[in-house]
Ligand binder design. Structure first.
Ligand code: SAM
Length: 236
């Protein structure tokens, strides 16, 4: 890292941030330089991640008024903000059908109009699935989006195992509900080919997507599956 750049940004940091480790300083500098961070502030999004979903939605038309959507790993809530507008779950646009949105996360989530948030809830548990089903009140789920990510352990193989556990739980849920679209965040790893093949058994199309707003130096990407075939697909 360029030392003069560190010095320049470091001089602008609040006093409480000074004295932090180099890795924290570098993270802060990256935030300062990131145009999406600034844009998120200007456009009132809770974080920069919003632009990943906006971009994918613009390209693939994932979210439409009147749909029922589940946003998994939703805290702090910027994907939910994007979903609310796109599916009209707050009913703001009286000319369009009102959608329904559930957001779930292990963390607490600050309320947002148009979303039923299930905070402090680990999605991988049976209790979480039951909470979601109850909140759905019989509605048919159109789309499941997941931006869930495990905390990084620093051990590559363990991180891969953890992310695969999360994406598998999203896929199981998605096929049980027969959601027509599933968008799930993954990290590039050797297990993905197997996962994509399993998803293809249930979905007509399945592709990798890397939006521009996803940092190019990150292993993060998304798998987009569309066109649910049937619950009785061959490989169960
Ligand atoms: C990258 S953040 C999501 C950002 C969010 N999409 C937004 O735009 O505001 C990843 C989230 O996944 C959540 N998460 C990780 N594992 C989870 C689990 N097992 N159950 C529920 N949420 C989980 C984390 O708590 C974290 O809030």
């Amino acid at each position: 890292m360029n030392q003069s750049l560190i010095a320049r940004f470091y001089s602008k940091l609040p006093l409480s941030l000074k004295g932090r480790k180099k890795a924290s300083q570098e993270w802060l500098i990256r935030q300062f330089k990131d145009p999406y961070v600034e844009k998120a502030k200007i456009e009132n999004y809770r974080c920069r991640s919003s632009f990943k979903l906006i971009e994918m939605n613009q390209k693939y038309k994932l979210l439409n008024p009147g749909e029922t959507v589940i946003d998994i790993g939703c805290a702090p809530g910027s994907w939910s903000q994007v979903c609310v507008r796109a599916i009209n779950s707050d009913g703001r646009d009286k000319t369009k059908v009102k959608g329904f949105l559930i957001g779930i996360d292990k963390q607490q989530i600050y309320p947002l109009e148009g979303v039923t948030f299930l905070g402090n809830t680990d999605f991988t548990t049976q209790a979480a699935k039951e909470k979601i089903l109850k909140a759905l009140e019989g509605r048919k789920v159109t789309t499941i989006v997941s931006d869930m990510a495990p905390n990084s352990s620093g051990i590559k193989s363990l991180d891969q195992e953890n992310i695969m556990e999360l994406v598998n739980s999203v896929f199981d849920f998605s096929k049980n509900l027969g959601a027509n679209t599933m968008l799930v965040k993954v990290w590039s790893n050797g297990e993905l080919g197997k996962y994509v093949n399993a998803v293809k058994e249930y979905y007509e199309t399945c592709r990798y997507v890397k939006p521009d707003a996803s940092r190019s130096d990150s292993a993060e990407m998304f798998i987009l599956a569309r066109g649910f075939k049937s619950k009785n697909s061959t490989q169960k």
